[in-house]
Design a protein around this ligand. Sequence first.
Ligand SMILES: [Zn+2]
Length: 553
Amino acid sequence: MHKPLTALLTIAIATAAFAAKSNAPKIDPEKIRAHVKYLASDELEGRGMNQKGGDLAAEYIAAQFKSYGLKPAGENGTYFQRVPMVAVQTLPDTNFTLVPKSGSPLDLKPLDDYVATNERQTPSIDIDAPIVFVGYGISAPEYHWDDYKGYDLKGKVALLFVNEPNSDDPNFFKGKALTYYGRWTYKFEETARRGAIATLIIHRADLASYPWTVVRNSWGGEKSFLQLDDTPKLAAASWIQEEVARKLVGIAGLDLDKLFQQSQSRDFKPIPLPVDLKAHIASSVRPYSSRNVLAMVQGSDAARKSEAILYTAHYDHFGIDKSKPAGQNIFHGAADNATGCGIILELGRVWAETKPAPSRSILFSAVTAEEQGLLGSEYLGKHVKQLPVQPILDLNYDDLPPIGIPEEVEVTGAERTTFYSTVQEVAKQFSLTIKPDSRPEAGHYYRSDHFSLGRVGIPAFSVSEGMKYQGHDIAWGQAEAKDYVEHRYHQPSDIYTPDMDFRGDALMAEFGYALAQKAANAATTPAWLPGDEFEHAREKTAEASPRPNASGK
Ligand SMILES: [Zn+2]
């Protein structure tokens, strides 16, 4: 595009956006509150997959969409897309024993010492195999990094650290930022591809960026998977406590801290340990299906209405933990992610009232099974061609604290797309400072549903609040975030309270409305920047069918 035209377009777009902002139907924070209050109530039982609460939540969201006049965008003229899944729960007669070549075996205590899930979706499986320490378990040709050095993992148990080699160099594992190689999902996928029977991830709170309680709560109960395809899977996908790992390598006369140091080196080679894992994993295995909820506003331009701006927010949470006493066993998930649902519902209402409709269509999806590993959005991404309109951009909302009016916005990932200049312009209009990822080392980009769309080539990012709120300093926002992570995140205490302030969530919805307004009317469609890890993902997705469940980078 020529420069003068760009300048003209920019002015035209800015003017249109200003008009759009001032004339747009108003987002109502109290409507968002009402959705959050209901979705996080005891009646919804924590919106668990394969539980009554999850179904109630999906029904509620679909009914709301319908009441606004949005069109169904699911299968067979419905608001739903069926997601075939399997619920696997590790049963109490599971046992994990570390058996040294000499000396006495060490029995591990479930939940305190380890969590494990049989990804192969069978009721019973036995493991008796040698343990091999593989450092970070990463094979990353673009960084000239290979922890395996040709070592054959077939039939072995991989022991490894979560995260990736330490670096400040932006060209080496993106410096402080976490790449997909550092994610636990990658570890399980990569070791399974290499034939491992089991994988033990060593939990270190600093490396994982969350404490053991999060692992325990996320893995201790029933876990869901997409129904098996031909992707290799582990008989035991497991996390172990740091202290257990210390004992385990101690049996071999090794020191965990020294092993960690060794893992920072390109020269690292796998270290077979004189210890076997002897395990029996008993699981209840129940196939079921869950649902993504899909609704849309039809675009007004005949040539462009087949393309859509997609909003996503996951509606699932951890449901009821029936092993705990009544009254303290519901994972309410108010912030995570009744807030995101409240936001896309309110966006749905407002978009339905927007006349005339934008050129492109607007698509809404409340997705399932995010907490189980982004499964609902993964299914959505894999089956995107079956949707009535094709998403060209995904704006995701996940866990937006209702604590007041933010003066910052986080849009991590947007800077990797051609849409970023528009994002900057809209942020300016809203007097929002774009905050760089507050904790790039936590790899948030790979931890919410936009990633499922990103990895199939659709420019995608989450919209969320930064740390600076009106009337407070940044330290206040940081303290709030810390308090949330320590006391409520993924715990039954993430409840709705009447003192919550939804004006910030409403502002984030307005911001997302303005972004979609621009994208929906723009002359061009957004794309990943050249050289981005997702730049060619769309072509690959079109070629590879069925796409493997577990493709890495
Ligand atoms: Zn969550």
